[in-house]
Structure formats: C-alpha cells, structure tokens
Design a protein around this ligand. Structure first.
Ligand code: UD1
Ligand code: UDP
Length: 374
C-alpha cells in the first residue's frame, strides 16, 4: 500500500488534484494484486465559498476532503503559519509515504515546509514554473516548494530547464500538464451532460458563440493597486461598449476591491460581471469565446487548449510557450495596451496550437512514478 496525503486549498488545485485522484482510482481498479494507493485529501480552507470550492468537488467528482482546516482570509504570514501548525498535526498522525502538493499557493508552501521538517518525501505537481518576478507571492512559494521537493513533476520542457538552472536535476520528471488531462476529460463530460449544455449557458447569459470575450482578474498585483484595477476595468468597459461584450466571472478578491472602490458601476453596456462559475461552465465559456482576457495561469492555458486567443494582463508569464506560439499576448495592465492587443487579434489563425503540454496522461505518469518510488 502507498499512502499519499494531498494538500489543496485553492480553486486551481481542485482542478489539478481531480486529474490525479482519477488516476489513483484508475490505479486501484487495476487487477492482479497491484499495491493499492490510499489518498487522504487535506483541504486547508484557503478558498471556501461554495462557488470557489464545493462546486469543484461535486462537478469534478473529487473525493470529499478527509480533513478541512478552515484557514483563510488572513495575511500571508498568518495564513501560512496557521496552515503549518494544522498540517503538521495531520501529517504526524498519518505518516504518509508521499505528500503531494500542487502549484504555487500558500497551501503549497505550507505543505512543503511541514513535510520537509517531518522528513516525509514531497512530490510537487507543476514544478519548475518561473516568472522570475519575486514580487509575486506565487514565485516565492514555487521556488521554496521546488527546492524542498523529492519528486518534481514538470509540465513542460522549459520547466525542466528552469530547475536545471537552479541546480535541481534529481527527481525531476517531465510528465505533461495535469490541467490538460482535466481539460480533455471534463470537456467530454461537459459536452455530454445536458445540465451543462453550452448553448443553454450562452443563452442564459445572452451571448453568442465567438461573439464575446471572457475575462478573469485576481492577481494580487492587479487587484490591490486601485489605479491598476481601474485601468483594467476601463479597458474591459471600452472593449465591451464598442467592440465585443465582455463576460467577467469575478473572483471574490476582485469583487471585494471593486465594491470598496465603487468601480462596480462600470458594469453594464456589455460588461457583465457575474459570480465565479463552476469548472464545466468555465471550459464551455472559454471554448466559445472570441478571446480570453486574463491574469490567471490556468485560464491562459485553457484558452490555448481551446484554440482561443488570449490577452494576458501581466508583463510576464510562466507559460511562455503560449506566447512563443502566438496564441497569447502579454499586454500588461495599461488600458491602451489592452485595447490595442484586442484590436490586433486576427480572427483566423493558420495553425492550431502545437501540442506542448503532454497528451492528457500526466496524472497517470505521476501515479506510476509515485508507486514505484514509494
Ligand atoms: C490564491 C493564490 C493564487 C492563486 C489563486 C487562485 C496565494 C498566495 N495565492 O490567490 O496563487 O492564483 O488563489 O484563485 O496562495 N476569498 C473569498 N472567498 C473564497 C476565496 C477567497 O472571499 O472562496 C477572499 C479571501 O477572503 C481574501 C481574498 O479573496 O480576502 C484572497 O484570497 P486568497 O486565498 O488569500 O488569495 P487569492 O487571491 O485567492
Ligand atoms: N475557473 C473556474 N471558474 C471561474 C474562474 C476560473 O472554474 O469562474 C477555473 C479555470 O477554468 C481554471 C482554474 O479555475 O481551471 C484557474 O484558477 P484561477 O484562475 O483561480 O487560478 P490560477 O490558475 O491563476 O492560479
């Protein structure tokens, strides 16, 4: 038996963990005395609204968390500190063979720190990503997590190279991107499930296939500076008023900032601000969009998987291949540059995006390696 403790807490981690949990279930169904995997899911509680957490567990059929820590809405230090204390308690009792951490959130960092001090091997899914911008909390989290990990599961060749430049070569595996696994699997489910029909969804929202832009914004550097957030909002308002309607499922962090600043008044005239949507609706909205405008890591890639042009509201990205292949533009946050990037989108692209993120079997590769190295 191999015991895995999975540490998750934030929306993108539920999507990634769903792909790996499916691979675990698949492994456990294999006939012929294959040692079973027992997964314990620890949810730190970092994201906690029903539409930021529960909906993902339900829709993605992710096993319910075994432990829910309920830690959220405090500063970076307080959040990480409380997580350290609580995760330590869980792992000391449980002593798993692996601690599995995902991406670059505070939940990732806390899982890595606790496991390393308890000498429990750490496997980091989505290792080696770098923005080379240390002002991002995520960059600090991912650098520390990588340097503490025993297995580093990289989604891209570039991420393997990034680790090599920091002297990390042991335990590194290029497995592909679990977000592609999730996207391919759940897109099929979405298209088969009547409750998530794209046409009904677009009809309810009053938008047409390829007739709208899909926007998401949640990065600390974009939401916490009022001038930056205003510049982004004004660009979205102008695009929606004079070019294409913009649908904006809003992260609670951004909603709080908008409500506090009075900028929510920019909604209307084609700019539709709605609550966050579930994953199945999100991938339908991405696939049907004319363009995606985002500062999200996951959404940049899902635009790429959907063959939809993306405008990224940042100066750098960890997902450099999406830019190099011409499907993503780093527009930053100045209003005129965002509108300019929108106007530069040509409707037809000669070629679909190259297959850069694996073949949809990353999670299977990860589980294979964890079982043979336990
Ligand atoms: C976190 C991650 C970020 C990731 C993002 C995914 C860190 C440092 N940041 O950012 O890397 O891209 O998740 O979405 O870990 N909130 C709610 N309800 C919720 C969730 C959050 O109201 O369900 C509020 C919190 O109270 C807080 C704010 O949103 O005021 C920010 O939440 P937090 O988890 O600290 O950071 P995110 O911006 O979500
Ligand atoms: N997502 C979603 N509903 C939304 C916005 C995002 O299901 O309203 C999904 C999105 O499809 C992707 C993941 O959440 O799979 C990305 O999470 P987020 O943008 O919060 O974080 P990041 O990827 O930037 O860390």
């Amino acid at each position: 038996m191999t015991k895995i403790a999975t540490i998750v807490g934030a929306r993108p981690q539920f999507v990634k963990a769903a792909a790996v949990s499916r691979a675990i279930a698949e492994h456990n169904r294999m006939p012929g005395g294959v040692p079973r995997i027992v997964e314990k899911i620890v949810h730190t509680g970092q994201h906690f609204d029903a539409n930021m957490s529960d909906v993902f567990f339900q829709e993605l059929r992710l096993p319910k968390p075994d432990v829910f820590l309920g830690i959220n809405s405090v500063s970076h230090g307080a959040m990480t500190g409380r997580m350290l204390e609580q995760i330590e308690r869980v792992l000391m009792d449980d002593r798993p063979d692996w601690v599995l951490i995902y991406g670059d959130t505070n939940s990732t960092l806390a899982g890595a720190l606790v496991a390393s001090k308890l000498h429990i091997p750490i496997a980091h899914v989505e290792a080696g990503l770098r923005s080379y911008n240390r002002r991002m909390p995520e960059e600090i989290n991912r650098v520390v997590a990588d340097h503490l990990s025993d297995k580093l599961f990289c989604p891209t060749e570039g991420s393997v190279d990034n680790l090599a430049r920091e002297g990390i070569t042991k335990g590194v595996s290029l497995v592909g991107d679990v977000m592609l696994d999730a996207f391919l699997f759940y897109r099929t489910m979405q298209s088969q499930e009547g409750a998530h029909s794209s046409s009904a969804l677009l009809g309810r929202l009053g938008i047409e296939p390829k007739g709208y832009c899909l926007a998401t914004v949640h990065r600390e550097e974009n939401t916490d500076d009022q001038t930056t957030l205003a510049s982004i909002l004004e660009a979205l308002a102008e695009i929606s008023a004079s070019r294409k309607p913009v649908l904006f499922p809003m992260h609670p962090r951004t909603r709080k900032k908008l409500d506090a600043s009075g900028m929510a008044r920019l909604s209307g005239k084609g700019l539709q601000m709605i609550d966050p949507v579930g994953y199945l609706d999100m991938i339908a909205l991405e696939s049907n969009a004319f363009a995606v405008i985002t500062d999200s890591g996951g959404v940049q890639k899902e635009a790429f998987f959907s063959q939809v042009p993306c405008i990224t509201l940042r100066k750098e990205t960890e997902w450099v291949e999406t830019v190099q292949s011409g499907w993503n533009v780093l527009a930053g946050t100045e209003k005129d540059r965002i509108i300019g990037a929108f106007d530069a989108i040509t409707a037809a692209r000669a070629q679909g995006p190259p297959p850069l993120y694996g073949n949809g079997k990353a999670a299977r590769n990860i589980i294979g390696e964890l079982v043979s190295n336990a």
